[in-house]
Write a protein that binds this ligand. Sequence first.
Ligand code: R5P
Length: 292
Amino acid sequence: MIITYGSSTERLARRTAEIGNLRVVEINRRLFPDGEQYLRLLGDVEGEDVAVFQSLGLNPDRSFMEYALLVDALKGAGCRSVTGVVPYLAYARQDRRFNKGEPLSAKIIAKLIESAGTDRIITIDMHLHRFRDINEVFDIPATNLTAMNLLAEYYANSHDACNSVVVGPDGESEQWAKIVADKLSARCHVLEKERLGDREVQISDTASIQGARAVLVDDMISTGKTMIEVIIRLKAQGVRHVDALVTHSLMVDDAYPKLRGAGLSELISTDTVEGPQSLVSVAPVLAKALKH
Ligand code: R5P
């Protein structure tokens, strides 16, 4: 197995290559004057199985195009197979036509990844809700890994997690909150969320959550609004310390200062989308998955 990468996920690709002792093929890339992307492989991949790392965070459309160009370049250069390693898979939250006239985006991104020439896909904590299994979304072999065990282990080893209560902000988060609660031997509360707009959510009553210390768990933070609403409510009822564990930290605009302003003590996320809060690397789980 050889590794190559799109520009959104270089560090994670290199970390995974180091752990798995895998060769990295470098890419020459630039933009044409009109903004189109150009790239060229700088190594021989003929007859090889290649893993292409590219998260679709923050600038998903551009990142996807780069991914598709990479896969085509690899296939054109005669590689044997392409495994797409897309640690953060964008468009997965639109997993239903909520209103008449909307696309089913989760299926469309899967079709595009497949039609680019991908033979197998690996992702991490994909937003699976109305589709319960990644194999309902993709027609190629697909693996959805989780970072929640790594996040919980990191938290248990670096914080006083005793008597913490784990809180999931909505029904979707139950799957991830339960893993963390099990690892921390903590109680788990899952709230209900109603989304009123892109940056507006309403959270159900948090009164039943008792304890001095809460750990919020979710797959991702985008605008931060979901977490902020929960933090404000928890603080108002006397929870003194609130930390958060999330896999994908997109942090749109000033999400992080707003979270801190609401009273969040610490945010711990992974390097699926690299940022200042990426304290846990998912490279070990990816290196292991690529061996199989
Ligand atoms: C949606 O259900 C997801 O699990 C997250 O809760 C959501 O995407 C977070 O978005 P935001 O940070 O913009 O509230």
